[in-house]
Design a protein around this ligand. Structure first.
Ligand SMILES: Nc1ncnc2c1ncn2[C@@H]1O[C@H](COP(=O)(O)OP(=O)(O)O)[C@@H](O)[C@H]1O
Ligand SMILES: [Mg+2]
Length: 509
């Protein structure tokens, strides 16, 4: 910490001699991680305050005669009457490629025991979101590798897609799967020396979770070779509310570094419900007035200014993107509570997860009827649009007919076909965790389903047959998968090839 302050002061002296308006003040009152300071008249909002001994505070309440500051670590060393200095600098966090593979706290200090981080650049933790002129509309897919999402709720680079559901409905798993799939794509691009797919670097921000849960996520990412492309920012339940409040902003600052350099990044905020609680706690201690559900009145603004920083920049501005997957945990499915409705209204789409589906074995437990992506098929390759275009409608009809079918048995052939098809798509959408499908394989299985390939298979065997069939395609016609990946559309030759491979497979089983 000492070194962060020293570094900042050095950069400050070099680049911003005019900004160096250092003042001294005096701590009048301290308690609950908050210090009331007098004498810092020129201080700005979010400016760092040096308490000495490497202790840093953040100016959050600017009042007429005093400043309310949260102490970010080492609160117990702060004493009444102590002299403090303003630094003239807003809070910053180390950024750059050196952060990849590391687990850090919201101030960028390593938590993984892997030694100091050799970061050469700093980014402000709070920054205004890019304006409308600098942006362009989202068009490149951010493939999660999860068939149900990539087919019907496609996410684009630069989009904000909320993952919302009760606890233990698979929210974290979806986000982790998305990160693992980016790592898989990055590795493929490295192997092929590929200019085909631009790599996506991920930032996983853990807010208010147990330390063991964070360790578990890091372990999974490591096991799947994804840590190399990922930065984990963690403020756990045992950290102060101020650190938890900072965590998503720090993660965003790290993501913005990639975006500013014309690269693509994905930020996961797990989760913003706990973030809201930490902010409420911090605000109460700062004696800010509270409003609905005792949250401070600016809680909506807090999350909107965070998520507004996700963007798809125009070519003139470097063409980088920052995609975000905020997570919200609901209580007994209540999406109309205050924080959920706020975040729903800020994001470009929502993935709703339901406990009922989860317990029925439909995993990922996404409710397809109400989940949406407002970017939609603009973020899909042509081949995917072709095979997935009808799926959402087919499933909607299937859910409706399924209800009817429970009551009567005299259904016409068309309805029966629709129900049987729906059942099989539902089976295909079940996908075990940490097993992303490349987009080519997603296209192949949906194409096969549309051609009626699975119709003769008993419903409960659908996934088994899928696995066998995909394995067969990988072995016999790898060229087709490659072609789909390269052409990004189903040309007549590819379709012919797929028909051949289906015929070959069927002649063998
Ligand atoms: N697609 C899936 N297939 C099988 N198990 C899953 C799947 N998704 C999640 N799970 C399991 O469900 C449990 C809860 O998932 P988690 O992502 O931690 O939920 P949440 O973040 O919503 O609390 C975990 O044990 C996880 O392994
Ligand atoms: Mg979770």
């Amino acid at each position: 910490m000492q070194s962060i302050v020293a570094d900042i002061e050095q950069t400050l002296a070099e680049f911003h001699p005019e900004a160096h308006c250092e003042e001294t003040g005096k701590v009048m009152e301290v308690g609950d991680g908050v210090a009331r300071i007098e004498g810092l008249r020129k201080i700005r909002l979010n400016e760092m305050i040096d308490f000495g001994n490497g202790v840093i505070g953040l100016a959050l309440n600017l009042e007429e005669n005093s400043v309310g500051a949260v102490v970010l670590s080492g609160t117990e060393t702060v004493r009444e009457g102590q002299v403090v200095r303003s630094t003239g600098r807003l809070l910053e966090i180390p950024c750059g490629r050196a952060m990849l593979g590391r687990v850090v706290d919201p101030l960028g200090r390593p938590l993984d025991g892997k030694g100091p981080i050799d970061a050469t650049e700093m980014n402000p933790v709070e920054r205004a979101a890019p304006g409308i002129i600098g942006r362009q509309s989202v068009s490149a897919p951010l493939q999660t590798g999860i068939l149900s999402i990539d087919a019907v709720i496609p996410i684009g680079r630069g989009q904000r897609e909320l993952i919302i559901g009760d606890r233990s409905t698979g929210k974290t798993t979806i986000a982790v799967d998305a990160i693992i799939n980016q790592a898989r794509l990055n590795r493929e691009a490295e192997v092929s020396g590929g200019t085909q797919v631009r790599p996506v670097f991920s930032i996983y921000v853990a807010i208010g979770q147990r330390q063991s849960s964070v360790a578990q996520v890091v372990r999974v990412l490591e096991e799947h070779g994804a840590m190399k492309y990922t930065v984990v920012v963690a403020a756990t339940a045992s950290d102060s509310a101020a650190m938890q409040y900072l965590a998503p902003f720090s993660g965003t600052a790290i993501g913005e570094w990639f975006m500013d350099h014309g690269m693509d990044a994905l930020a996961v905020y797990d989760d913003l419900s706990k973030h809201a609680v930490a902010y409420r706690q911090m605000s109460l201690v700062l004696r800010r007035p509270s409003g609905r559900e005792a949250y401070p009145g600016d809680i909506f603004y807090l999350h909107s200014r965070l998520l507004e920083r996700s963007a798809c920049m125009s070519q003139a501005c470097g063409g980088g993107t920052l995609t975000s997957l905020p997570i919200i945990e609901t209580q007994t499915g209540d999406v109309s509570a205050y924080i959920p409705t706020n975040v729903i209204s800020i994001t470009d789409g929502q993935i709703y997860l339901e406990s009922d589906l989860f317990h029925q074995g439909i995993r990922p437990a996404m409710s397809i009827g109400i989940s949406v992506s407002r970017v939609g098929s603009a973020a899909q390759i042509k081949a995917m649009k072709e095979v997935a275009g009808k799926v959402k409608l087919e499933l909607a009809q299937y859910y409706e007919m399924k209800e009817f079918a429970q009551f009567g048995s005299d259904l016409d052939a068309k309805t029966i076909a629709l129900i049987e098809h729906g059942k099989r798509i539902t089976e295909l959408f079940k996908q075990i965790q940490y097993n992303p499908f490349p987009v080519e394989e997603q296209v192949v299985q949906l194409w096969a389903a549309q051609q009626g390939f699975f119709n003769d298979t008993p419903v409960e065997k659908t996934r088994e047959v899928r696995a066998k069939f995909l394995e067969f395609v990988r072995m016999r016609r790898k060229d087709l998968l490659k072609e789909i990946g390269q052409q990004k559309q189903l040309t007549p030759e590819i379709k012919k090839g797929l028909e051949e491979v289906v015929a070959e497979y069927q002649s063998l089983v």
